[in-house]
Design a binder for this molecule. Structure first.
Ligand code: NAD
Length: 498
């Protein structure tokens, strides 16, 4: 059985705690590994290693740090299949979906390879007599990342390449549900030439997270996960004086206007609602057709598509979605559907109780389509994080916009329409961080930045892109007067350059 240990200062270690957690293959329900669970002692050791590696790494030229990212890109391209298989083995997503995750992670590595120009400072000559000013961005020190189960490669790689390229060292605390990918990320960096101690991996749960949040030598924490934990991490991390960005959960709506191409919209909803079994923070979980005619036609198109979903293990190349991450998550999703049903939603397609021949102990859940969902139902208010698409019928465009703006989450959203006025109005008025116009999953490319609004984010900075350069550095502005031999004596007024 695979034993997954911490990696601290370049060495694998079980740490001092005897706590462990089982790791499963969600397609078979078999235990495939055991991850050690660290706490304060392991975080202390990892921070010590990161502190020791910091002076040389932060002093290295940006070009030298960028070279590691160029090498990492080559390593990831060569080992892409192995990375995807490692993701799928513990997460369960299809191999193609995992390859897509690797591609998006690579884009951030490529952006980080351009760090020399992203870190370029500003210079102003003669801001006063004989005085010049320059601004630069300097590394923070030791940074930490706490990541969720659903993108075990991409989310850590939203953080690590940018933090390291900016000159920081890093401690990663990945999800304990699919931890093997974190150790593979370490191996990829090692092969790319990263010095020991610059990146450290500590496995664990709440104890390890609390130790990160309280550690006096960790300057910044990047978190991605559910909203209650994001809020907790933000509050406790900020109280300890850290810079914190904490991205949380989501409920993403897609408006379907009466003029939309309904086949295109239905296909988009299938991919965005059921890809990765709906376990994506950018999954569309609510379809909002405008008008009863649009709603009836849309449900007619969705029903056969949801019924025909091909569900299977990641090794089945024809599968469109895989299993749910754990038996507990599958049961929680089934309970959400039951709640919706008891609150009055119509179950058009029911994915509960799915069994797959040969995989009887896997955590399976078929695609579920709910109609006549209303905004007071728990199935609408809460994030389900599973293969469940709700249809909430709106009488007009204004009602749909109010619905989205009133929801506590504001991660992603989309509108499908041919009407340019509606599209422009939507992009301007909607209270959501990432907006798609005829694009169902508008995850920004690596040279823009990723982040929601409202209770989908705590903190001022999104992930990757320019936001990451600002998050992982602090601004220093240097004002210089070159001695010119002229003595002007002591000045007691507040200095001005005019
Ligand atoms: P989670 O909140 O359960 O776990 C995230 C991390 O927090 C893990 O590393 C976990 O070990 C740690 N953690 C869990 N419970 C904790 C506690 N009580 N105290 C301290 N730390 C704790 O999230 P998950 O189930 O792994 O991931 C799914 C969630 O992540 C969904 O809500 C999804 O929307 C969200 N997500 C958001 C984004 C985004 O960019 N906004 C991206 C991916 C996932």
């Amino acid at each position: 059985m695979n034993r997954i240990e911490h990696i601290i200062g370049g060495e694998k270690t079980a740490g001092s705690s005897s706590n462990t957690q089982a790791v499963y293959n969600p397609a078979t329900g078999e235990q495939t590994g055991e991850v050690v669970l660290g706490a304060a002692a392991e975080i202390d050791a990892a921070v010590e290693a990161a502190m020791a590696a910091l002076p040389a790494w932060s002093k290295a030229s940006p070009v030298k740090r960028a070279k590691v990212m160029f090498s990492l890109r080559a390593v990831m391209l060569r080992r892409g299949d192995e990375i995807a298989s490692t993701i799928s083995a513990e997460h369960g997503k299809t191999h193609d979906d995992a390859l897509g995750e690797v591609t998006r992670a690579l884009e951030v590595v490529e952006y980080a390879a351009g760090i020399a120009s992203h870190l370029q400072g500003d210079f102003s000559r003669e801001v006063g007599p004989g005085i010049d000013t320059h601004s630069e961005r300097q590394a923070l020190g030791v940074c930490a990342g706490i990541t969720p189960f659903n993108f075990p490669a991409m989310v850590p790689l939203w953080m690590i390449p940018m933090a390291l390229a900016c000159g920081n060292t890093f401690v990663l605390k990945p999800s304990e549900r699919d931890p093997s990918m974190a150790n593979l990320i370490y191996d990829l960096f090692k092969e790319a030439g990263l010095p020991d101690g610059v990146l450290n991996v500590v496995h664990g749960g709440k104890d390890a997270v609390d130790a990160v949040l309280d550690h006096k030598d960790i300057q910044a924490v990047s978190f991605v996960g559910s909203t209650p934990i994001a809020e907790y991490v933000y509050t406790r991390g900020c109280a300890a004086g850290k810079r914190v960005q904490a991205l949380g959960g989501a409920k993403n709506h897609m408006i379907i206007m009466p003029d939309a191409d309904l086949d295109q919209a239905a296909d988009a909803l299938m991919g965005a609602g059921f890809g990765s079994a709906g376990e994506r923070c950018m999954a569309i979980s609510v379809a909002v057709p405008i008008g009863e005619g649009t709603a009836d036609a849309l449900v007619d198109k969705l029903k056969p598509r949801v019924e025909a979903l091909k569900i299977g293990p990641s090794t089945d190349s024809s599968a469109e979605m895989g299993p749910i991450i754990t038996a507990a998550s599958r049961d929680r999703i089934a309970a959400c559907i039951a709640n919706g049903e008891s609150e009055g939603a119509k179950v058009v397609v029911d994915g509960r109780g799915l069994k797959l021949q040969g995989y009887e102990n896997g955590y399976w859940m078929g695609g579920t389509l709910l109609d006549n969902v209303t905004k007071d139902m728990s199935v609408y208010k809460e994030e389900i994080f599973g293969p469940v698409l709700s249809v909430l019928r709106a009488k007009d465009y204004g009602e749909a916009v109010d619905l989205i703006n009133d929801h506590e989450y504001g991660n992603g959203t989309a509108i499908f329409t041919r009407d340019g006025d509606a599209a422009q109005d939507f992009a301007r008025r909607i209270q959501v961080g990432m907006v798609g116009i005829n694009v169902p999953i508008p995850v920004p490319v690596a040279y823009h930045s990723f982040g929601g609004w409202k209770r989908s984010i705590f903190g001022a900075h999104g992930m990757y892109g320019k936001e990451a350069v600002h998050f992982y550095t602090r601004l220093k502005t240097v004002t210089t007067r070159w001695p010119d031999g002229i003595r002007s004596g002591a000045q007691f007024n507040f200095p001005s350059m005019g």
